[in-house]
Write a protein that binds this ligand. Structure first.
Ligand code: ZN
Ligand code: ZN
Length: 375
């Protein structure tokens, strides 16, 4: 009898412990989602969304109002879409409120708030009814689903194009980047932070601040072949329990071809690990100077440093293109200018990842650089 009671009691304890753990995980996940969704607010506002309690936002409406309590914005007391004011003073809280009143979320990063605010001001000036069904970043572009009227659609399309040059992290000038099949807009600085970096020595290699010993590698393979015959991902497997960190997924490390030092890493593998080499890895044995950025980082017709194709690589990709010395000159020159404009050289030089060609030739002049700005 006592035994049965003991069993029942222990079941109750286990049930309580499990349910506590589950609700803890649920909260954790919810908080993280909210964090992703929250960003500080544009300049002229004393309140920061950051400082408001994350937990309350998606709860009851009355609690939602607490969320706006310390904020200063035009539509603070607005209750319906018809009364919503759009003027030069609206800020990110107004944008959030507009989304709220339309019953949608704001699925863009804070860096795109100013652009989106400008868009709604422009739409408003052109007779928009303030209805919007979706505001999000999709395929590295601002998606704003609203009116079907031609002249408004034109404005929305224009801001979609504009968003494609605005870094989603900081709002500075950016361009489209791809990372493991995911497209987004980043300036060079933020892109470099995400690219990852591999360095090697005789004992092993370092990838994103974790060190791995050569003698713990058991296998490697490639994944995700692109239309140029290049693999986007290298997967490295390790002996059980030899390398443990959160970057590993079931003992495997996934390295993107965009990582700084990727070509050098493969080149090292091909020369030092015959056991691991295959025909693909041996293609990375040779490295050349890039005519665009001037750094020694060209593997397989593509520069790892500036991420441009060589002229030859470009022609292979777009097979119909007519080739001539003149066209090649123009190709290299255009990309040199765009590389300089992207401040690429400045960041790369700071990092000293690659060796610079002492015979590097700049093909453009000051005048052409200035004209590029006007385009
Ligand atoms: Zn940025
Ligand atoms: Zn280059």
């Amino acid at each position: 009898m006592v035994f049965i009671i003991l069993i029942i009691i222990s079941f109750i304890f286990i049930a309580i412990a499990v349910s506590k753990e589950m609700s803890k995980n649920e909260h954790k996940e919810e908080d993280e989602n909210l964090m992703d969704d929250f960003y500080p607010i544009t300049e002229n506002n004393t309140a920061e969304i950051d400082r408001l309690p994350y937990q309350i936002y998606y709860k009851e409406k009355s609690q939602k109002e607490d969320f706006y309590k310390d904020a200063d914005f035009v539509n603070k007391n607005c209750e319906s879409l018809d009364d919503f004011i759009i003027n030069d003073d609206i800020n990110a809280f107004d944008l959030r409120k507009l989304a709220d009143l339309n019953g949608i979320g704001l699925q863009i990063s804070k860096a795109w708030y100013p652009l989106t605010i400008k868009l709604i001001q422009k739409l408003h000036d052109n007779g928009w009814d303030k209805r919007v069904y979706c505001i999000k970043s999709k395929y590295a572009s601002l998606e704003f689903y609203a009116s079907n009227e031609d002249h408004l659609r034109e404005i929305i399309r224009d801001y979609g194009y504009r968003s494609q040059t605005v870094c989603e992290t900081c709002g500075e000038n950016g361009e489209m980047r791809s990372y493991s099949g995911w497209d987004y807009i980043d300036c060079r600085k933020h892109y470099l932070e995400k690219r990852g970096k591999i360095t090697i020595d005789s004992e092993g290699f370092c990838y994103n601040d974790f060190y791995y010993y050569w003698n713990t590698i058991t296998d490697r393979s490639f994944e995700d072949l692109d239309f140029n015959g290049k693999y986007r991902i290298l997967i490295i497997e390790f002996k059980k329990d030899t390398a443990e960190n959160e970057d590993l997924i079931y003992g495997k490390l996934y390295i993107s071809k965009n990582a700084i030092g990727f070509g050098n890493f493969l080149s090292y593998l091909s020369k030092n690990f015959f056991r691991l080499a295959n025909s693909y890895v041996t293609k990375f044995e040779n490295v050349e100077f890039c005519e665009i950025c001037g750094y020694k980082a060209v593997y397989l017709d593509e520069c790892e440093c500036c991420e441009n194709y060589t002229r030859e690589g470009y022609l292979k990709t777009w097979r119909n293109e007519e080739n001539s010395e003149e066209k090649k000159f123009q190709y290299i020159k255009d990309r040199q200018i765009s590389w300089i404009k992207d401040e690429g050289e400045i960041y790369e030089t700071k990092q000293k990842n690659y060796i610079k060609n002492p015979d590097y030739k700049v093909l453009f002049n000051e005048d052409e650089l200035n004209k590029w700005d006007l385009n």
